[in-house]
Design a protein around this ligand. Structure first.
Ligand SMILES: *[C@@H]1O[C@H](CO)[C@@H](O)[C@H](O)[C@H]1NC(C)=O
Ligand SMILES: *[C@@H]1O[C@H](CO)[C@@H](O)[C@H](O)[C@H]1NC(C)=O
Ligand SMILES: *[C@@H]1O[C@H](CO)[C@@H](O)[C@H](O)[C@H]1NC(C)=O
Ligand SMILES: *[C@@H]1O[C@H](CO)[C@@H](O)[C@H](O)[C@H]1NC(C)=O
Ligand SMILES: *[C@@H]1O[C@H](CO)[C@@H](O)[C@H](O)[C@H]1NC(C)=O
Length: 521
């Protein structure tokens, strides 16, 4: 199947790791062992119904029993931190009142030092926190989970909801002695009517002895400046924990694809845990470094999946890939592979600019490929077909022009297209996107371009670049079977952001520069 390559790497890794544990060897210097758990939540059969606290605790207890097994398993494999997904404990589709019995009481104040496992008597309605804290304490592991929380308020507070309480979608982090070390309230709610948006964005992180500070945010937050980008920049964070309940959307917003792009773009490690509900399109978790990752994406089978991997601590104070220019290669590859020259990319970028080509097709200007429009992820993309064995194309929309040079040895019976979009996305959330995307179309006709496709055979060497107006570019490189590949080169050259790849490890699904122009949201 499509996942064999990943599985193989994974098995290889597990074996090596087990060997290390068995033989009593310590892990490599400057590395740490992380775990994420993709959980198939046991859901309430009728989330809109009002139940009592006891029934709510009973349902959540069944999910927490599974969490506990995973914590034990992860700790046994040497993991120092474990991350669980958003909505994993209580599920979803509640109303504001039906979720109430599922909420734990949490004070979102920095000043309270509290160990829920050791001091359960300090606050009422904290049964979930107590169990999580005890798991961390007993297994000597940092633990991050997501739950619903409540905080009473009164009418002296003008923002206090009419029912006299705030209800938040909250991440909690416990240290390896069970201390509650950070709480984060989700800022960018995704049509979650059961929850309130906190009055101000939380910038939350916690410190660890093995990898320094970890920042936290949740699911949809990953697409917005506040608080995710601001948090990482302000505190120069290099590690991020990311509980999510992400519904995949191809070709540009599949969970593993975007999680990797975020790690690469910001030069951070991301520990991302998604919930596992294939019928709702929810799967895709991983342990990501900027240049390598351990992922799980499985639409075929049910049940959870624990991923454990040893990754390097990122310690450098380099600028992120988003801001750097000439030095991008040094940043990106410093810890994992030697950086190779960018001279090839230089040539192409500069040549293209001198040429100031016509609308499309160089190579003698024989036949201009036709421009067409097709909807991709609810946005009206402008496309040109990618025909023939090699060529150069460009396509523009609004202020953004996207350029592609490509070559393939074998022509397959597959249609690819180069698309551009520069505009406000307004379906299922409002956010401004500038994107250049080389995608495989659903079929052979133009109107299939932009459709969701999961398999491909064409191996295409390409360079893709665009004159984006935002510095926040997420480089996407997705291959057949929802696997990831990594660019040979990427970064800014003058006012163009580019990505290039000579030989993908399997057929190309999506190669894209997904830009977020936050100021225009
Ligand atoms: C939750 O709601 C969504 C959309 O309203 C629906 O598609 C889904 O089936 C619901 N899931 C559950 C578990 O009730
Ligand atoms: C917990 O609830 C009980 C019963 O309502 C109450 O007597 C007690 O004071 C509460 N404890 C705290 C710490 O709020
Ligand atoms: C897409 O954009 C083009 C160019 O602005 C326009 O002609 C076309 O009608 C649009 N298509 C849709 C479906 O909105
Ligand atoms: C991008 O390039 C096109 C074509 O040269 C130009 O019209 C457009 O203004 C450029 N956009 C920016 C932001 O420079
Ligand atoms: C990419 O492939 C082309 C030929 O297809 C070759 O000329 C070039 O050197 C390769 N570039 C890299 C960086 O490997």
């Amino acid at each position: 199947m499509a996942y064999t390559m990943m599985d193989l790497c994974w098995k290889l890794f597990v074996c090596i790791f087990c060997y290390q544990v068995v033989s009593g060897r310590v892990k490599r210097h400057g590395h740490y062992v992380a775990a994420v758990y993709e959980h198939e939540s046991i859901l309430s059969p009728n989330p809109a119904a009002l139940v009592d606290r006891r029934s709510a605790l009973e349902l959540m207890g069944r999910n927490l029993d599974i969490y506990e097994q995973q914590v034990v398993d992860a700790a046994r494999q040497g993991a120092q931190i474990i991350v669980f997904p958003e909505d994993g404990i209580h599920g979803f589709n509640f109303t504001r009142s039906s979720i109430y019995p599922y909420l734990d009481f949490v004070l979102h104040s920095q000043s309270v030092k509290w160990n829920p496992c050791r001091e359960p008597y300090l606050f009422n309605d904290t049964e979930v926190l107590q169990r999580l804290s005890c798991m961390a304490l007993k297994n000597k592991i940092f633990l991050v989970a997501n739950l619903g929380t409540k905080e009473p308020c009164d009418h002296a507070d003008p923002r206090c909801p009419s029912d006299g309480r705030y209800q938040f979608n909250t991440n909690v982090a416990f240290s390896d002695d069970g201390m509650l070390v950070a709480t984060y309230r989700k800022h960018n709610l995704y049509f979650e009517y059961a929850f309130d948006t906190p009055p101000e964005p939380d910038y939350k992180f916690f410190d660890t002895p093995f990898a320094g500070k970890f920042g936290m945010f949740t699911c949809f937050d990953i697409l917005f400046f506040e608080p995710a980008v601001n948090l990482i920049r302000q505190y120069n964070l290099k590690q991020v924990v990311y509980p999510t309940a992400w519904m995949n959307q191809l070709p540009l917003l599949s969970a593993v694809e975007f999680q990797q792009a975020f790690a690469t773009a910001f030069n951070v490690n991301v520990l991302a845990a998604n919930i596992h509900h294939p019928t709702l399109g929810m799967t895709g978790s991983g342990i990501y470094t900027p240049v390598k990752s351990f992922i799980y994406h499985n639409m075929e089978s049910y049940g959870g999946k624990l991923i454990v991997a040893e990754i390097p601590v990122i310690t450098t104070d380099y600028e992120t890939n988003l801001e750097s220019n000439e030095r991008f290669g040094e940043n990106l590859h410093h810890s994992c592979k030697p950086f190779t020259s960018v001279s090839l990319d230089d040539q192409v970028c500069f040549k293209e600019r001198e040429d100031t080509p016509g609308r499309a097709s160089e190579e003698g200007n024989e036949l201009l490929p036709p421009i067409f429009y097709a909807e991709m992820m609810y946005d009206n993309f402008t496309f040109v077909p990618v025909w023939g064995q090699k060529g150069k194309l460009h396509v523009c929309a609004n202020t953004l022009c996207c350029y592609l040079t490509y070559r393939r040895d074998v022509l397959t019976d597959e249609l690819y297209a180069l698309g551009v979009f520069d505009g406000l996305h307004t379906v299922h959330g409002t956010y401004y996107v500038q994107a250049c995307a080389l995608v495989k179309c659903g079929g052979l006709s133009f109107n299939t371009c932009g459709q969701e496709v999961t398999d491909a055979t064409a191996l295409i060497d390409f360079q893709l670049w665009g004159n984006m107006s935002t510095p926040y570019i997420f480089p996407l490189l997705l291959t057949s079977g929802i696997t990831l590949d990594f660019a040979d080169h990427m970064g800014w050259k003058n006012n163009y952001y580019f990505i290039s790849k000579n030989r993908t490890s399997s057929g190309l699904l999506t190669a894209a520069l997904y830009g977020r122009w936050y100021e225009k949201d």
